[in-house]
Design a binder for this molecule. Structure first.
Ligand SMILES: [Zn+2]
Length: 299
């Protein structure tokens, strides 16, 4: 199957494809007591034995107009209070605004630490909480309550017609007032492996990878960022053959310029149906489970 096959899909962003694959139609397949919630974009909430860990939580969702006019993008307190409860840790795969914008505010509200790159550390320092930033060492295992977390060096997909990574490099601002959406530069990019309750998850926030860095095999749940994958040759095949996941959970296909309380739209050109076809072309043994915005599955 050629890597660009999804571009030829008949199904594109037909919402019925996602509805048919919704996790609610299947068994939860999670260990008892473990819950997983999708927050839209690459954001997830994981909870087990009273410990709550977020990955790339982004609930403020600045409007397209703010991006276009390069307005300072700030966390919206009311939205954070609506969607984020207690947090024991936040894990951040890269520091684009749709992954990292809310992280300092969540840390300020909950007192939790934030794990990620030196670019994340810079962002936390702008809010006066640099001591709560943990700059990760690749492949080291971090214990957070019952969670064991490992960060895996990765890459961001190229956007902008496949030519470059948008807002590449590190956050360099000296003030939160300078944090326009474009100033949230990418920083180092990491896949995030989580082991908890006897199962493993692998979170890929952007559709690219460094094949040789992925050491985990046979993961249970692959939280698969699917935006921008058309610019990463054979992305779906390469990442699936390495991780060998039991269950594939697509993410980052929602239109994140709409607020979380609006009906979900699909990101431009994300081609959800084409992703499903590409997974099935590698093997029909992978289960695919889709989530709605804010949907929670619990074991
Ligand atoms: Zn990004």
């Amino acid at each position: 199957m050629p890597w660009h096959s999804s571009a030829l899909s008949q199904h594109a962003n037909d919402p019925s494809t996602a509805a048919a694959l919704n996790w609610a139609n299947f068994a939860a397949e999670l260990p008892r007591g473990l819950s997983l919630q999708w927050l839209g974009t690459a954001g997830f909430r994981l909870a087990y034995e009273g410990c709550v860990v977020y990955i790339d939580p982004y609930v403020t969702r600045v409007g397209w107009d703010d991006v276009l006019h390069r307005r300072t993008a700030r966390p919206v307190t009311a939205r954070i209070e609506s969607y984020i409860d207690a947090a024991d840790a936040v894990l951040v795969g890269h520091t684009h605004f749709d992954h990292a914008l809310d992280v300092p505010a969540i840390s300020l509200a909950t007192g939790c630490r934030a794990y990620g790159s030196t670019s994340l550390q810079r962002l936390m320092s702008l809010y006066g909480i640099v001591e709560r930033a943990v700059v990760i060492e690749p492949h080291r295992v971090y214990e957070i309550g019952p969670f064991e977390v490992t960060f895996v060096p990765s890459l961001h997909s190229k956007l902008l017609l496949g030519l470059k990574v948008p807002s590449d490099g590190e956050i360099t601002c000296d003030s939160v007032d300078d944090l326009t959406p474009g100033a949230y530069c990418c920083g180092d990019v990491m896949g995030i492996h989580v082991s908890v309750a006897g199962v493993t998850m692998y979170h890929q926030g952007s559709a690219n990878l460094v094949d040789s860095e992925i050491r985990h095999r046979g993961v249970d749940f692959f939280l698969a960022g699917i935006a921008g994958r058309m610019f990463t040759p054979r992305y779906v095949e390469r990442v699936l053959r390495l991780l060998e996941p039991r269950v594939v959970v697509p993410q980052h296909h929602d239109n994140f310029f709409r607020p979380l309380d609006a009906p979900m739209g699909f990101s431009f050109n994300v081609n959800f149906g084409g992703f499903v076809e590409d997974v099935e072309a590698v093997s029909r043994d992978f289960a695919i489970r889709a989530l709605d915005l804010l949907q929670t599955v619990e074991g």
